[in-house]
Ligand binder design. Structure first.
Ligand code: TRP
Ligand code: MN
Length: 450
């Protein structure tokens, strides 16, 4: 049976249009934007509302310490880089991290790719100047191109359609990989092939061998090992570009309620979480599980006000706070926030983003992060939650499946000079495959103590 939507609910979905929406492009041609939005409103949704509900239940488990969330992927996905190899390598990296965490901490891992939609970027300035030329800043492939030319940098609504199609093909491959055999635990060794000279890989091989033996033991005992062949893998991105998120919203026929069907999980960024702003209003009206990034200037009152707007009834799994304080500040700033929210009583899932509070510029001029700072913020996050008796629920990282050199340190000891070897990111520096695995091992140690 399908439930008719309440017309007031549908009308409310456009209330954001009357509010201030930060970080949106200046579209030169509004009529074309309108046509593109109409088209997006008619295409098939990318995810099913029931999947978003399933994820919400898993996030609720994470808020109680019964699961651990792993969100990983690019800072900014690009259309050109959305190739089979890149997608496979990222999935492999996330699966390998998940294996390490599931095995090492005996904890179910909620797997989410910052993938299949992470195309829009908030920027600190609307424009960029090189020499005597000033052009609009690059805001992500869904809006404009990275090349520093007037043609590339002019916002183009057709890019919304390209984002939709790129997202659809990425999701299609994700679904094929995660349910079609590639993600089977019987293949744990194969995910590591080609990477065996590093200490993190050697450690991974040990775990893989133990898992193999355990599976063969269970199978010999007659246990049903089918559950090991596929994984639930969810897609998430920053809910930034409302001209994209609004037309991809659908009314769920089961409940009559709206879901943003561009992804399972959306988060509101640190720069767009104003209580009276368009983003908070919009996402308060859809049923997906949501995240909000909280940086060092966030207060406990901000957090409570966000709960009032985004999860007034305190539904478990609906709201995730993704904290990004910086390694030097997390121990000092996080406790007040967590205490205030805990005293409120409505549940939230706490996730640590150890990337965005730890940006630096290398001596050689690269935008980078130190692996040691990233690890230190995660450690601080666990310490704070352990001290308060609250639950460290997950990790949100920027990573790639490749051997890039964008983050300093790790067991390969990438140094200032080493960054030049393979620095490919368009926006923020990402953990490479090996640093990602190393991170998973460190988190296991922390989870065992938590
Ligand atoms: N389906 C289980 C899970 O998602 C087991 C599993 C299969 C798994 N493949 C995996 C776990 C890859 C981690 C990584 O937990
Ligand atoms: Mn980033």
């Amino acid at each position: 049976m399908s439930v008719e939507p309440d017309p007031r609910v549908v009308e409310g979905l456009d209330a954001w249009e009357g509010l201030t929406a930060l970080q949106q492009p200046q579209w030169p041609d509004r009529a074309e934007l309108r046509r593109v939005r109409d088209r997006l409103a008619a295409v098939p949704p990318l995810v099913f509302a029931g999947e978003a509900d399933a994820l919400r239940a898993q996030l609720a488990a994470a808020s109680r310490g019964e699961a651990f969330v792993l969100q990983g992927g690019d800072c900014a996905e690009t259309f050109a880089e959305s190739t089979a190899d890149n997608i496979r390598n990222k999935i492999k990296t996330i699966l390998q991290m998940a294996v390490v965490l599931t095995y090492g901490a005996s904890m179910p891992v909620v797997k989410m790719g910052r993938m299949a939609g992470q195309y829009a970027k908030p920027r600190s300035s609307d424009s960029e100047t090189r020499g005597d030329v000033t052009l609009p800043a690059f805001r992500g492939d869904i809006i404009n191109g990275y090349d520093f030319t007037p043609e590339a940098r002019t916002p183009d609504p057709q890019r919304l359609l390209e984002a939709y199609h790129t997202s659809a093909s990425t999701l299609n491959l994700i679904r094929a990989f995660t349910t079609g055999g590639f993600a089977s635990l019987l293949r744990v060794h194969e995910w590591n092939r080609g990477f065996t000279t590093n200490p993190a890989y050697a450690r991974y091989e040990e775990i893989a061998a133990e898992i193999d033996r355990a599976i063969r033991f269970m199978a010999a005992c007659g246990a049903d090992v089918d559950a090991l062949s596929a994984v639930d893998f969810y897609a998430c991105h920053e809910g930034l570009l409302l001209d994209y998120e609004r037309p991809l919203t659908r009314i769920d026929s089961r409940t009559g309620l709206p879901y943003d069907c561009s992804a399972h999980f959306l988060w509101i960024g640190e720069r767009t979480r104003q209580l009276d702003g368009a983003h908070v209003d919009y996402f308060s009206r859809v049923q997906n599980p949501l995240g909000v990034k909280l940086g060092p200037t966030s207060t406990g009152d901000d957090a409570i006000a966000l709960m009032d707007r985004l999860n007034p009834k305190g539904e478990p799994g609906r709201l995730t706070f993704v904290t990004r304080m910086g390694a030097g500040k997390v121990r000092e700033l996080l406790p007040a926030l967590v205490e205030k929210v805990t005293a409120d009583g409505r549940p939230v899932t706490w996730v640590c983003d150890p990337m965005h509070g730890n940006g630096i510029t290398s001596a050689t001029g690269y935008k980078t992060r130190r692996f040691s700072d990233v690890i230190d913020e995660v450690a601080g996050f666990f310490e704070v939650h352990r001290a308060l008796g609250t639950v460290p629920g997950g990790l949100h990282v920027e990573l790639t499946g490749d051997d890039v050199t964008e983050v300093l340190g790790g067991s390969e000891e990438i140094d200032d000079e080493g960054l030049a070897r393979r620095y490919e990111t368009l926006v923020d520096p990402r953990l490479n495959h090996q640093q990602s695995l190393e991170m998973a091992f460190r988190v296991v140690e922390l989870l065992r103590r938590a």
